[in-house]
Design a protein around this ligand. Structure first.
Ligand code: SAM
Length: 432
């Protein structure tokens, strides 16, 4: 509450008047807490605790004990951080009733980017990632007209790069936007000079010493910060007025959004002043199922010019990514960096992620070919799994299945084996 008070004193009213425009739809930010929950870690610590009881290896017991304690501690700390800022929000009645208002892609859980927090503010400096990213961004900003009055950083995460740029380039106002409240709350803590203890849990430990490590998070330049505003909002419903910003920075985000590149461009075009700059820094690991949207740097340049932008600079730079002394694997990513100047405005593009029949629930659900396919899969699964009662053998089931579906035995065998192996594999899924 003290942090919020300090933040509010920081010219928030002026910011509100000049840049912010809160649409009703912004309620959807609450869903990431309610829909995806931070209980995820709690569940993991309980599963691990159960396993700890059944192993008779002292070393395995030791590893699982460290893990369950670290998960339980992190979960408690994360709940506290969120409750400081959203008392009662975990209460389900706060969720807006219309799904259209609060849809967040299901893979976006609160703890998804915990590793970024350790990279941003932790005490493991072995790969210098923050400094390397800052150097690349400084190059990108070098030829921009100075001073920069206003910048929005979209998908800002825990804010380290945005804070470093804000301070290094003396940007007057930085709007640091992300829809993950945990990351922004941790950024606020860091900005107020507080330390935070969390456990980094290694996804790939080679030794028992590397299973998890206590980390003290902090930001040493906190005293110099002013004019930096973390804002909890969704990229798709940016609470920003039209044509108000000098710069929009998209660090490590354009490829993970469930939007087409044209939709992303239109959103950024809307909020930039004419002559303003879009700066991108990050890889092109597009997560779209649609091959049309798995774009390369050349295609991006082409699309930028079709969307009212002129590219003045672009280059590729490989960078270490989320490396840590307790992981046995090291990741490098080639980042695609560009500076694109807004030459002209373009029409707004619709960005709803949900079909009409989920926005208006009285509409009939159309039978698309994908849905028909899903029906066949669901029915086969139901036929097989619901017919089991603990006494049927595989061969008995095979005979019934082949008769029921009028399928030759070898084909039925293949289908059944596929179903069962898929099921068994899903049971062995990693907890990471
Ligand atoms: C790969 S992380 C990068 C974070 C940060 N820019 C960095 O470089 O460390 C992607 C970030 O985008 C945020 N994000 C994803 N979808 C978003 C959306 N629709 N609106 C706002 N933020 C989003 C995530 O919460 C996450 O912080």
């Amino acid at each position: 509450k003290n942090i919020i008070k300090k933040w509010n004193e920081n010219n928030f009213q002026e910011l509100l008047k000049k840049f912010l425009d809160f649409p009703e739809k912004n309620k959807n930010i609450f869903s990431i807490i309610n829909q995806n929950g931070y209980e995820e870690n709690d569940e993991i610590s309980q599963i691990i605790e159960e396993k700890q009881k059944i192993t008779n290896s002292p070393l395995t017991k030791q590893r699982l004990k460290q893990l369950s304690e670290a998960f339980a501690y992190n979960e408690k700390k994360m709940s506290e951080i969120l409750n400081d800022f959203f008392p009662n929000l975990t209460n389900a009645q706060e969720i807006p009733k219309n799904i259209h208002d609060f849809y967040v892609p299901s893979q976006q859980t609160l703890a998804l980017y915990l590793e970024n927090i350790f990279r941003d503010f932790g005490d493991d400096t072995s790969s210098n990632e923050n400094e390397l990213s800052l150097e690349i961004c400084k190059k990108l900003f070098k030829n921009l007209p100075q001073p920069i009055e206003s910048m929005a950083v979209l998908g800002v995460g825990a804010c380290r790069l945005a804070l470093d740029l804000h301070l290094n380039l003396s940007i007057q106002k930085t709007l640091a936007i992300d829809f993950n409240p945990l990351l922004l709350m941790i950024a606020l803590k860091m900005m107020s000079g507080k330390n935070l203890k969390l456990y980094e849990i290694s996804s790939f430990p080679l030794s028992l010493d590397d299973v998890c490590r206590e980390r003290i998070l902090s930001y040493q330049h906190y005293k110099k910060i002013s004019g930096f505003f973390p804002i909890l909002a969704d990229f798709q419903h940016l609470p920003l007025k039209n044509e108000t910003l000098d710069v929009v920075l998209t660090p490590w985000i354009i490829d993970i959004l469930p939007l087409s590149f044209n939709q992303v461009s239109a959103i950024i075009n809307r909020v930039l002043k004419k002559g303003g700059f879009w700066i991108n820094h990050g890889p092109l690991g597009f997560m779209h199922a649609d091959p049309l949207e798995q774009l390369t740097s050349q295609e991006i340049k082409e699309k930028l010019s079709q969307n009212g932008f002129e590219v003045s600079e672009d280059f590729v730079e490989p960078l270490p990514y989320l490396q840590s002394e307790i992981k046995s694997q090291k990741r490098y990513e080639k980042t695609y960096n560009f500076v694109a100047r807004k030459k002209s405005s373009i029409p707004e593009v619709a960005t709803s992620l949900l079909p009409d029949w989920l926005c208006n629930r009285d509409l009939p659900i159309p039978l698309s070919s994908e849905l028909k396919q899903q029906q066949i899969i669901a029915k086969t699964y139901a036929d097989v799994f619901c017919s089991l009662n603990g006494t049927t053998s595989y061969n008995q089931l095979l005979e019934l299945f082949s008769k029921h579906y009028k399928m030759p035995l070898d084909q039925a065998d293949q289908t059944l084996l596929h179903l069962f192996t898929k099921f068994l594999d899903s049971q062995k899924r990693t907890l990471k």
